[in-house]
Ligand binder design. Structure first.
Ligand SMILES: [Zn+2]
Length: 207
C-alpha cells in the first residue's frame, strides 16, 4: 500500500506492554513484502529491559532479520539505497536523535514504521516517543487488557518481587525479580508518585 506515491512518511505504533505493537509492526511488514517492497528491520541494542523473549517470539523474523542499532544516527548509514520500508521495533529505547533520523528517512521517500512503548513504568512519556508522536503522519495507540479488572489497559505496571515498583526506582533495574503487567489507569500503582510528574514539571526541577 502506497500512502503517498513517491513520498515517504512516518507511522508510529504505540501503547503499553502486551498491546500487540510488535505484531502490528510485523503485520505491516508482511503486507509490504506482498507489495514487493524492500524492507529493513531494526531494533536498538538495549531491548532486554522489557523482556527480550517477546520480541524474539514472533515467527522468528527479528531473530533472523533485525539489524541491531548501536545508536540512532548509525541507522542512516545502515539503510540501503534501494530500501522502501524501514521498520524499527522498541523505538522507545533509541536516543532522541531518532526523531531527526526518521524525518531524514521519510524525506528521502522511505516509509518508516516504528513501534514502541509510549509510557514508562511510571506512566510518564518514554524517551523519544513524544517527539515521534508529534512528527509522525500516523499514530496508532494500541491497548492491552488490564489484568486486574479487564478494562482497556494503557499502562505498564512494573512489579519488583511481586510488589508495585516505587516511582523513584531506576527505569533500568539490575538484579532481583521484576515483571510487568498491563493495567488500566485506575489499577496502575506507582507508590511515591508526585502530583506533578517529572515530564510535566518546569524545566528547572527536571532531573
Ligand atoms: Zn484495571
Amino acid at each position: 500500500m502506497r500512502y503517498q506515491p513517491g513520498g515517504g512518511w512516518i507511522e508510529l505504533i504505540c501503547g503499553s506492554m502486551f498491546s500487540g505493537k510488535t505484531e502490528e509492526l510485523l503485520r505491516r511488514v508482511r503486507r509490504s513484502e506482498i507489495a514487493r517492497c524492500r524492507i529493513q528491520i531494526f531494533k536498538p541494542q538495549i531491548d532486554h529491559r522489557y523482556g527480550r523473549e517477546r520480541v524474539a517470539s514472533h515467527n522468528g523474523i527479528f531473530r533472523n532479520d533485525a539489524i541491531i542499532l548501536e545508536n540512532a544516527t548509525s541507522l542512516l548509514d545502515l539503510v540501503e539505497l534501494d530500501t522502501d520500508v524501514v521498520a524499527i521495533d522498541e523505538i522507545q529505547f533509541c536516543d532522541r536523535a531518532i526523531a531527526d533520523v526518521c524525518q531524514e528517512l521519510a524525506d528521502r521517500g522511505i516509509r518508516v514504521i516504528a513501534a514502541g512503548l509510549d509510557q514508562d513504568f511510571r506512566g510518564e512519556p518514554f524517551g523519544p516517543m513524544p517527539l515521534l508522536m508529534a512528527l509522525s503522519e500516523r499514530v496508532d495507540k494500541l491497548h492491552a487488557i488490564c489484568v486486574r479488572c479487564g478494562a482497556s489497559a494503557s499502562r505498564t505496571q512494573r512489579l519488583i518481587n511481586g510488589e508495585p515498583a516505587r516511582y523513584d526506582e531506576p527505569v533500568i533495574y539490575v538484579g532481583g525479580s521484576e515483571s510487568y503487567e498491563a493495567r488500566c489507569r485506575a489499577c496502575h500503582e506507582i507508590p511515591g508518585k508526585p502530583k506533578v510528574s517529572v515530564a510535566a514539571a518546569p524545566e528547572h526541577v527536571k532531573h
